[in-house]
Design a protein around this ligand. Structure first.
Ligand code: SF4
Length: 262
């Protein structure tokens, strides 16, 4: 599978259990970090970041200029990406798990590598029984992958992130939601709030979906840095309270800053 430059993180050992030369970016001498966003915020976790994305997000900022994808190095500036076997990724996670039960597979867009993703999720749900989250922009769905996933973190992107181009795939999002009901899993719909127009888009989308509750809907301020996020926080919060949606923080920005691999 094609991993982004931070690949599997934060870790201290390779797939054979050998100590790595460098400390993890978290600054801790042990593996693991926390999930910084969403329903599982604060949960000790190991991350696998896959490279490549079928979208190219770039939000226009209210004060001028653009806010790019906060993981552009995983999405479309992938020159530092590297190949690793699924077995190697799985073994590395086992060597670094300690007391951690949660693995988060993120990107880029993980469903672009559906075959490898399915095999990794299958291994994670076998003997060692991890809890598996997959973070996705919800434009691609694969039932063979979904059967091994516990939690879908779906983050559809609106035209405000694509220069006005409509890329929300309502039928794909519905497939994810239906899967959670059919197979007893959970999901969240996590939207980035960049401007007032997003609210109408979100409401329009929700009106066309079945099987969700307000508790499943999260609104997160736009911002790749703590300062940017704080600047958008109040407006985001106001919309959350009015609509009954959850406010979604980016706790890792406050704890670790905007560096990769945490
Ligand atoms: S969908 Fe996510 S990973 Fe892909 S470009 Fe947009 S923000 Fe980045």
């Amino acid at each position: 599978m094609l991993l982004a430059k931070d690949g599997i993180f934060p870790i201290t050992k390779d797939s054979l259990g050998r100590q790595l030369g460098e400390m993890p970016a978290s600054g801790f001498a042990f593996p693991g970090t926390i999930q910084g966003e969403g329903k599982l915020c604060g949960m000790p976790s190991l991350f696998v970041r896959l490279a490549g994305c079928n979208l190219h997000c770039r939000w226009k900022k209210a004060g001028g200029g653009f806010s790019p994808c906060d993981t552009a190095y995983a999405a479309y500036e992938t020159r530092d990406a590297r190949q690793a076997s699924v077995e190697d990724v799985y073994r590395t996670l086992l060597m670094n798990r300690g007391n951690i039960r949660h693995v988060v597979i993120t990107g880029g867009e993980p469903f672009l590598q559906a075959e490898e993703l399915r095999e990794l999720c299958r291994l994670l749900k076998s003997g060692e029984s991890f809890h598996v989250t997959v973070e996705s922009n919800a434009t691609l769905y694969d039932e063979k992958v979904a059967q091994y996933v516990d939690f879908f973190s779906l983050s559809p992107k609106f035209p405000s992130s694509q220069g006005g181009k409509w890329i929300v795939r309502k039928e794909v999002i519905q497939q994810f939601i239906d899967c959670t009901w059919k197979r007893g899993k959970d999901f969240q719909l996590k939207f980035v709030y960049s401007c007032e127009k997003d609210i109408a888009e979100i409401k329009g989308l929700l009106a066309r979906l079945r099987g969700w509750k307000n508790e499943d809907v999260l609104l997160m301020p736009l911002g790749g840095t703590l300062e940017e996020m704080r600047a958008n926080a109040k407006e985001t919060l106001e919309h959350c309270i009015r609509e009954g949606w959850r406010y979604c923080d980016r706790l890792h920005l406050a704890l670790f800053g905007s560096q990769a691999g945490v």
